[in-house]
Ligand binder design. Structure first.
Ligand code: SF4
Length: 401
């Protein structure tokens, strides 16, 4: 089912005064981490686009942090609850390499589970420019779209956490059951805290983020009564031919009438009603579908795109569950395996990460009239200081490349 809504005019973002002063961080109160899944589709998509960009974003930062590169682990939040189950492949031989590392099953919540830890949530992965080595500025993706997108995700996540507790009595977040609304910041508080952490750009975008959040709550305050919220920002992990494949499900919901489970993916977009057309071929959608099928066998009904308008289209929303392209659905595990083979081959080759293969294609290096974030390094070479830091890191592992 596809529905489209338009709220009409909303207040201008500039009319929303920042509430940073009111939003004090409180130890023990959860700030939902909406960060990326580090062995997920975005990483593989980057590699597919350009191995050199993959090195900039995933290999070099890890080397500079003095982490041995060779394995890329899943989100740490799921490690403690991992358990393996075999995937019912239905006899499909090409799926033989897929195993499910189910992690925490949010559909099964023991009644005697404890209220969540009072430990503060790890900080959202926001790195200030001063914390990154020269030459990698911008590679962390501090664009307007990413910062605003994270802010909107955080607001929506907190809204559903608190609504779920109010309506259902509990919510699952990162494998922990919470039963008190006060365990979570309000959406506006959470956005303001994130904005403060995100620096000047975050604070600049806070008014718009709050306007979007308020429009969202107004739009869906009654419309979202048809489903139960199963989990928020839930980490999922598959093992495909021995390789990890992780995802963060923005929201997992269960339809109250049918019992069907949907994985939602929030999308902030300047033109939200144009979002879904592109996704039937999307590896992200195919990946979430595989997670859904394997973690919720028999009840999974699809991936829902929850598009949220930004900029001039604040107050415009779109939801739909586009089907993945049928001829691509069963090839996804093999595609993952093949990409991981290539990644492993590059890492094990000992090749210097500044010499990884480059796309050398205008559509990748200068997409949509904008330079790739790695353009200056590729075009003019890495600054000497960055080179030295990488070489030092490689030497510290005893490697010469
Ligand atoms: S500029 Fe081109 S070659 Fe360099 S990282 Fe970007 S896509 Fe790859």
């Amino acid at each position: 089912m596809i529905t489209s809504f338009h709220l009409g005019a909303t207040r201008k973002p500039s009319e929303h005064a920042p509430i940073l002063a009111e939003a004090q961080e409180r130890p023990g109160t959860v700030l939902v981490d909406s960060g990326p899944s580090i062995a997920g589709w975005h990483m593989l998509e980057t590699f597919i686009k350009c191995p050199q960009l993959f090195a900039y974003r995933y290999i070099i930062p890890r080397l500079l942090a003095r982490e041995r590169v060779g394995t890329i682990s899943a989100h740490p939040g799921i490690a403690a609850a991992e358990r393996r189950v075999e995937l019912d492949t239905g006899g499909g031989s090409n799926l033989a390499g897929v195993r499910v590392v189910a992690g925490h099953d949010p559909l099964v919540l023991p009644d005697d589970e404890e209220e969540g830890s009072t430990e503060p949530t790890p900080e959202a992965p926001v790195a200030g420019p001063e914390t990154r080595p020269r030459g990698l500025e911008g590679l962390a993706g501090e664009s307007r779209a990413l910062t605003l997108g994270t802010m909107v995700h955080i607001g929506i996540a907190h809204w559903y956490c608190r609504r779920a507790i109010a309506r259902q009595g509990h919510i699952d977040y990162m494998g922990t059951r919470y039963t008190k609304e006060s365990s979570f910041y309000t959406p506006l508080q959470a956005q303001a805290i994130y904005a403060a952490r995100a620096g000047a750009l975050g604070q600049y975008l806070l008014g718009e983020g709050q306007a979007i959040q308020q429009a969202y709550e107004k739009q869906y305050v009654n419309l979202d009564a048809a489903f139960d919220v199963v989990a928020v920002e839930h980490p999922l992990r598959l093992e495909v031919y021995g390789y990890p494949f992780t995802a963060r499900a923005d929201l997992i919901v269960r339809d109250r009438a049918s019992g069907q489970v949907f994985i939602w993916d929030h999308k902030t977009a300047g033109r939200p009603n144009r979002v879904p057309v592109d996704y039937s071929m999307s590896g992200q959608i195919h990946g979430l579908r595989w997670h859904g099928m394997t973690h919720f066998p028999g009840t999974f009904a699809g991936v829902t795109l929850n598009a949220v308008g930004t900029g001039k289209n604040i107050g415009i929303f779109w939801r739909g569950s586009p089907a993945p392209a049928p001829a691509m659905t069963d090839r996804f595990p093999e595609m993952l395996r093949d990409r991981w083979h290539q990644i492993r081959g590059l890492i094990e080759s000992g090749r210097h990460p500044l010499r990884y293969p480059q796309a050398m294609a205008q559509h990748a290096c200068r997409a949509g009239g904008r330079d790739c974030v790695g353009h200056s390094i590729c075009a003019f070479g890495a600054p000497e200081e960055l080179r030295e830091q990488i070489d030092l890191a490689l030497a510290s592992f005893g490697g010469s490349r």
